[in-house]
Design a protein. Structure first.
Lengths: 443, 375
């Protein structure tokens, strides 16, 4: 037996020197991150540094881990995708205060989900790379290239923002913290979303325009209501793990594929026939048309339906155009329907163009309220009150379509009955079919 | 009830269902999207179906996040798809550029609705034809496929995954409200068999190569083998940022050449040609149904006419279209926009008479309108 000695990796840094300005805090922060990686003894191939845009976005190039350098403000979204697809990876986001502003929605959402990534914000209170403009963390009164008379906005409290929204871990400190590497270790180890708001000096811009130095940094934080130290530390379920647990019961269930509708009847159509049902949203007009189409398919017909309805639910019109055809046909709008059902006043409001185009050989079935419709078509009034039982609003579409099928007989009524029996809400729908047939005989 | 053995085998289904089945059968393992009519059906179905195959489906906080998650997941080895409508493509723009630059295979479904802006959420249109091609900075090529039926919604979705892997690039599936949401009877034997994609992968070495320019390097995957890098900035073959003009030029030429030099692998049309015809109807997407029918009815009347349905809109299938235009004097192009694809055909066939049949009121172009334009 041989003894294998595993030597921990001595550095996760590449040989290249940092490109940052003299006195910039970004280099020291990255050195602390390197120390944290060494302490954690991570496999560099299992670590992905996701960098944002700006000076912080240069960071990933100086590590030997894997890296993803994307677009401004979106680093958290890439990190989320990387972690969701492979929860075993350690995903560390390095972003600036600029990224927290433009990507604010992502920051909050990742915290709410508690996706298992570690976000390090190199917070130097302004946009360093683009010339010292103010950012979401620039203190009130801060002088920058875009706030020459002092910033009028309140700074974003990054830790509280993620903390009150559920983040597992939030810490505020600075590049000068002697225990920063240990904070990084704790954050990376923490299941769920962790964030470190690490303040540092932008010697090129913010420090030159404001009395802001290492000496007064902690007092300044406190004076702005941004308390330093560990702000949030709570136990949570990491999202990628939680997702897999929640969905474990679905694994292995096949996705339903195409299943042919059984054909047991013969139709009587020698040309395409179009139906329009003009009703109200919430009235199951589309479901009724679907059953009639399925009855047609059971009789060897082709079928298609176009639905028109507002984006709201159970409010306004719902108009369905249904084609039954002996041959396959392209999707087209119904201009002049063979049958038009007016089953509500909302529907009547949409029926005008159809009514105007219809001819004497066509059929209009309408509720009594619109018995006086102006059209050349034959008008048959279907009176729901003549039914033995009150017809629910949600059955009206099927009642009218069943009545129309009884009158026109494009295919046997038993095909509709079978399609209805095979579908959802079979009892209620079968009753609607029989009611429609009965009412058509009374009309 | 009796069922005869040679009875029709039809289901009643919408294009959304076909897209979802196509994605699952092609091996999709990751989806992220944001609700938007008329594409929400795909999001909802993927939330239900992907966990069954061990995949992950997410509703992002917005379209930008959804695209970002897809890109990250793809680099972790996932086979990713997203779906939206025109207003969502607007928000996808920056990420489309990142997918092109980082060479990420990704299928993007655009279920068109009537624009501009919020436009008509439940209204059909074909207004995104040029938008998809030029929808991000730089002008680099993308691939756009356009189904014209439910079976094509299935087969071209799977084809989109295949091409995304082949070329390591975003591939769009351009459909619309009517194709996605209309229920219609479909012969279940019309669905072709599709294969699950197999990603060409390697676990060591540089993530990119552009020698020769049309090289498509096997993908790396986070967590497997050596560490590797990814960047949206101009980069060398190791994904280190560079401004070296020789390197930058080679990279950008590569992003074009890997697609443009292989048009023959992408070009797809459904040609129905009559050698006596002097007029051809060129169509795509939802409008193709009426175009095919118009050609059939005209022939029944004794009028010689050809039809070509373009399935690969971008890159423009110039070779097969040139063949279809042989002997043709007039090209009739119906579109639910004011001639967005017609301008491309005018460039390709400037010596022919080109006639548009156009509608932007939310209605569909009728068979009669196309027949009228042909006559």
């Amino acid at each position: 037996m041989s003894i294998v000695t595993i030597t921990p990796i001595s550095t996760y840094r590449s040989d290249d020197p940092y490109p940052f300005c003299p006195g910039c805090g970004h280099g020291p922060i990255l050195d602390r991150l390197n120390e944290a990686f060494i302490k954690l003894d991570l496999d560099p191939a299992k670590v992905v540094i996701v960098s944002d845009i700006g000076c912080s976005g240069l960071s990933d190039q100086y590590f030997v881990t894997s890296a993803f350098h994307g677009l401004h403000g979106r680093s958290i979204t890439y990190a989320s995708g990387i972690k969701l697809a492979n929860p075993e990876l350690e995903v560390v986001v390095i972003m600036g205060d600029g990224g927290t502003g433009i990507g604010g929605a992502h920051l909050i959402s990742a915290a709410r989900r508690n996706i298992g990534i570690t976000v390090i914000v190199m917070n130097n209170l302004n946009f360093g790379m683009t010339g010292g403009q103010h950012s979401t963390t620039t203190p009130e009164g801060g002088v920058t290239a875009t706030t020459p008379l002092g910033n009028l906005e309140s700074p974003l409290d990054i830790c509280s923002t993620v903390g009150v929204n559920g983040a597992a871990y939030a810490y505020r400190g600075s590049s000068f913290d002697v225990d920063l590497a240990d904070r990084f270790v704790a954050a990376i180890r923490k299941p769920g979303f962790s964030l470190l708001d690490v303040w540092d000096l932008c010697t090129a811009y913010y420090v030159r325009s404001n009395k802001f130095t290492r000496a007064g940094m902690e007092e300044s934080m406190r004076s702005w209501g941004l308390e330093p130290g560990l702000r949030y530390d709570r136990d949570v379920t990491e999202y990628a793990v939680g997702y897999r647990e929640a969905h474990a019961g679905l694994a292995g269930h096949p996705t339903p594929g195409p299943r042919p509708v059984p054909v047991g009847f013969a139709h009587g159509l020698d040309r395409p026939m179009s139906f329009v049902v003009a009703g109200s949203a919430g009235g199951k007009v589309r479901s009724a048309a679907r059953l009639v189409a399925l009855g047609g398919i059971r009789s060897g017909l082709w079928a298609a339906q176009r639905d028109d309805y507002p984006v709201t639910v159970k409010s306004g019109h719902s108009v369905t155009e249904l084609w039954l055809a002996p041959e396959e046909m392209p999707l087209t709008k119904v201009m002049s329907p063979d049958v038009l059902g007016i089953i509500s006043s909302d529907g009547y409001g949409k029926a005008g163009p159809y009514l105007a185009a219809m001819t004497p050989s066509d059929l209009v079935l309408t509720i009594p309220e619109h018995a006086d419709v102006a059209t050349d078509a034959r008008v048959v009034v279907i009176d729901p009150k003549a039914a033995e039982k009150r017809i629910p609003k949600t059955s009206m579409g099927l009642v009218f379509l069943a009545a129309a099928l009884r009158i026109i007989e494009p295919y046997p009524l038993d095909a509709l009955r079978e399609a209805t029996a095979a579908g959802s809400f079979a009892d209620v729908n079968l009753e609607a079919v029989e009611t429609g047939i009965t009412l058509s005989l009374l009309a | 009830m009796t069922t005869s053995t040679n009875a029709p085998r039809r289901e009643y289904v919408d294009g959304t269902t076909a897209i979802v089945r196509g994605a699952i059968d092609a091996g999709c393992t990751f989806f992220a999207g944001y609700p938007i009519t008329p594409a929400s059906g795909i999001l909802m179905a993927m939330m239900r179906e992907l966990p069954k195959v061990g995949g992950v489906a997410m509703q992002g906080e917005d379209e930008i996040a959804s695209m970002g998650m897809c890109l990250g997941a793809a680099m972790s080895g996932a086979v990713a798809m997203t779906a939206t409508s025109g207003p969502g493509i607007s928000l996808y723009s920056e990420s489309i550029g990142l997918a092109i630059m980082g060479e990420v295979p990704l299928v993007i479904v655009d279920v068109q609705r009537l624009g501009p802006s919020t436009g008509g959420a439940t209204t059909v249109a074909q207004g995104d034809v040029q938008f998809l091609r030029w929808g991000t900075a730089g002008g680099y090529p993308v691939i756009v496929l356009a189904p014209s039926s439910v079976p094509e919604s299935y087969s071209l979705t799977a084809k989109a995954f295949e091409l995304a892997e082949r070329f390591r690039c975003p591939v769009f599936l351009l459909t619309d409200k009517e194709l996605a949401m209309t229920l219609s009877a479909v012969d279940v034997d019309e669905y072709p068999d599709v294969r699950s994609v197999e990603r060409a992968e390697k676990h060591a070495g540089l993530p990119y190569s552009w020698e020769p320019r049309d090289t498509v390097e096997p993908m790396r995957r986070y967590g497997e083998g050596d560490p590797f890098r990814f960047t949206g900035s101009t980069h060398d073959e190791g994904a280190y940022i560079t401004k070296n003009p020789e390197n930058v030029g080679a990279l950008n030429e590569h992003l074009i050449a890997k697609i443009e030099d292989h048009r023959d692998e992408i070009e797809m049309v459904d040609s129905d040609l009559d050698s006596d015809a002097r007029t051809i109807v060129l169509s795509y997407g939802v409008t193709a149904g009426a175009a095919r029918e118009a050609a059939a009815r005209l022939r029944a009347e004794g009028v010689a006419v050809s039809s070509v349905v373009v399935q690969s809109l971008w890159p423009i299938p110039e070779t097969v279209l040139a063949a279809a235009f042989d002997g043709i004097e007039r090209i009739v192009i119906p579109e639910l926009n004011m001639g967005l694809y017609r301008r491309e055909i005018e460039r390709l066939a400037s010596d022919r008479e080109i006639v548009g049949v156009n509608r932007i009121d939310g209605g569909l172009i009728t068979v009669d309108e196309i027949m009228e334009a042909v006559r």
